[in-house]
Design a binder for this molecule. Sequence first.
Ligand code: RRO
Length: 327
Amino acid sequence: MRLEVTAFGERFRNPVLLAAGTCGFGRELAGVADLGALGGFVTKSVTLEPRAGNPAPRVAETGDAMLNSVGLANPGLDAVRRDALPWIREHAGECRVFVSVAGHTVEEFVRLVEGLGAEGGFVGFELNLSCPNDARRGGRIFALDPDAVSAVVGACRRATDRPLLAKLAPNDPDLEGSVRRAEDAGADGLTLVNTLPGLGLDPERRRPLLGAGAGGMSGPALRPAGVRAVAAARRVTSLPLVGVGGVTGPDDAVQYLQAGATLVQVGTASFAAPRAAERIAAGLGRWGRRHGVAAVEDLVGSALASPAPPDAPAASGAAAPRASVEA
Ligand code: RRO
């Protein structure tokens, strides 16, 4: 199966990217993973000022899920410009990079996009509108306020010609509305989804597992929410979609593609196995060969195209009968 994908005017070697917050700025993974085997990666979210992040522990495992409250820890705009981007320019090669930016106000988003605008080495921005752990905003998530989605995306659109991905939340009661608002304001694509707000308690200590209390839930348990979000978005936009949430193996990536994503991101799985994304990209090729699919792009949206006849076998690829998805 041909794994190459074209999106946002760029050629991606394969559709598998590392998700924001799971690979730092690339350099952190360079010794333990082969960035050249990936379609790309998204940097840690960058804020205007350096941020130390939330109290430890910042991550906890809860069975099928992981909780995190990293608290946007990052070196800040100046250090990213000075230290991280030169490394990316020199080493990322064909691995396509998006810089994730996280402002606390519309103004801050614009200053971040403008502050990075003159830099080379990356394709575009992922606007993090859905961080569940931003104490400075007191839990008010941009993505859950349609006017804020329009305002941030619109202001960033006026500040850059580069591709803009809007990263939305899984617990959005009107995801389709948010997708439309982001598209109308000038987004080039949507990243679906961020983590889901969650709380784990240690019953012996009668305390939260995370130092900050609640956090964002990710891992395999998040996958159905992510796939649903992609399928729902696919119905209301033709913009490229980037699926993320619980991708741990090639079959999971296929689900996102069949639901309508053009690219997928691997997050939590790479904490346990830094080469997980490479393994998933290679496995995707084998999946395609097994199912007689010529190109990964043929899979995109293939589970949404038309209702399956009642006795049809399960949809598996472009060549197979297609099942409908009621998202
Ligand atoms: O840093 C974090 O705590 C964090 C971020 Br910015 C985000 O977007 N999603 C998440 O689960 N954690």
